[in-house]
Design a binder for this molecule. Structure first.
Ligand SMILES: [Mn+2]
Length: 318
C-alpha cells in the first residue's frame, strides 16, 4: 500500500489535500505534514477543508494556506486524511471526483474504504502516525513536518494519556522532538485558550453530570452548546476522566429541537465505536460520535440504555 501511494505522489503533479469537518490537531497535522512533504517533492498542493482552522492551531506552519474554497483546476490526486467516510469531508466531497486518484489515509476502525487506494490502519494512534511512516519511508523530515506530526499525535492520544499511547507512539514522539520541538509550547497553544465565560460553562456542565446506578457511565446533557472558533469538548472529557472507576463518558449536545450530537469516550474496555455505529455514527473504540434524530431526553435515554448493555457486568467487552 505504502509503495502504491509513494508512486502516486512521485508520478503526479497536482494534489488536493483534505480532511474531516471540524478540524482538530490530527486532521490539521496530517494535512500540513503532507503539504510539506509534497513541497519537498516540488509538487503543487492545495489544502481545502469544509471548515476554517480553529484559532488554537494558528501556530502550525502553512496554516494560512488552508482554504474552504476548492480552486477550479484538474487534480491528479486527492489525498483524504483522517476521514472514516468521504462524507466526513463535508462540501469538499463534491470536488473529490475531479481527481484521477482518491487516496484514503486513515486510522478509524469504521473506515469505509472509499478511496481508489486505501491505507487504513486502525492500530495507528493517529493519521499523523501513518503520515510519519510515509515520510520515513521517503526519507523526508524537517522541523515543520515534525511539528505538524507531533501536534497530531499529541492531540489524538489525549496528550499521551489514552489507551492508544504505545511504546511505538513514544518512540515516534521522541524522534520528532529531536527536530527542535517544544512540547510545553504546543500544549500551551492547544490548551490555554479559554476565557472566564468558558470556565463558567464548563463549571455548569460539571455540576450537572449524571451517573448510572453502577457508576460506570457518566454523562452531561447540554441545552446550549456554544458555536465557537474553538471547541471545549476535549476539555470537558478530560475533567470527566478525573472520576475513578468510570468506563464510559458521554456528552449530549442539543443541535436543534429534534437533533442531538452525541460524543462518546471510553476508558479501556467498552467499544464506543459500536455504540456510535448503532446510532448512525462512527469513530474509534475509545472515541466516537453520532448525530441522532430526536429530542434531548429521548436520545439521552436511548443511548444510555444501549451503553448499559456493555457495562452491566455481563462480560460484553470490546
Ligand atoms: Mn485522527
Amino acid at each position: 500500500m505504502i509503495r502504491k501511494i509513494i508512486e502516486i505522489l512521485k508520478n503526479n503533479k497536482k494534489f488536493l489535500i483534505t480532511a474531516h469537518m471540524n478540524l482538530e490537531g490530527d486532521a490539521l497535522g496530517a494535512q500540513l505534514a503532507m503539504y510539506c512533504l509534497l513541497k519537498h517533492l516540488k509538487k503543487q498542493a492545495y489544502i481545502c477543508d469544509n471548515d476554517p482552522v480553529p484559532r488554537a492551531y494558528s501556530f502550525l506552519p502553512h496554516v494560512k494556506k488552508i482554504r474552504t474554497e476548492v480552486p477550479d483546476i484538474q487534480f491528479d490526486a486527492a489525498l483524504v486524511l483522517d476521514c472514516s467516510d468521504s462524507f466526513r469531508t463535508g462540501m469538499i466531497k463534491n470536488h473529490l471526483s475531479r481527481a484521477r486518484y482518491i487516496v484514503n489515509i486513515d486510522h478509524h476502525i469504521s473506515n469505509t474504504f472509499f478511496g481508489d487506494v486505501n491505507w487504513v490502519d486502525p492500530y495507528s494512534s493517529s493519521a499523523c502516525e501513518i503520515v510519519y511512516r510515509l515520510c520515513k519511508k521517503m526519507g523526508i523530515m524537517d522541523r515543520q513536518i515534525a511539528l505538524c506530526l507531533y501536534t497530531g499525535i499529541f492531540t489524538d492520544t489525549g496528550n499521551f494519556t489514552y489507551a492508544n499511547t504505545t511504546k511505538r507512539v513514544h518512540k515516534i514522539a521522541s524522534e520528532l522532538i529531536e527536530y527542535n520541538i517544544s512540547p510545553h509550547k504546543i500544549d500551551e497553544h492547544l490548551h490555554s485558550f479559554c476565557d472566564m465565560k468558558d470556565l463558567d460553562l464548563i463549571g455548569s456542565i460539571v455540576k450537572s453530570l449524571k451517573v448510572n446506578s453502577n457508576g460506570k457511565i457518566v454523562w452531561a446533557v447540554i441545552q446550549h452548546w456554544p458555536e465557537k472558533e474553538y471547541d471545549l469538548t476535549e476539555i470537558i472529557f478530560s475533567i470527566m476522566r478525573l472520576l475513578h472507576d468510570v468506563e464510559v463518558f458521554v456528552l449530549f449536545k442539543k443541535v436543534s429541537a429534534h437533533r442531538v450530537r452525541v460524543n462518546l469516550r471510553s476508558r479501556s474496555r467498552v467499544d464506543v465505536n459500536r455504540v456510535a455505529k448503532f446510532f448512525g455514527g462512527g469513530g474509534h473504540k475509545r472515541a466516537s460520535g453520532a448525530t441522532v434524530d430526536g429530542t434531548l431526553p429521548v436520545v439521552e435515554k436511548q443511548v444510555i440504555s444501549f451503553i448499559r448493555r456493555f457495562t452491566n457486568g455481563r462480560g460484553r467487552k470490546s
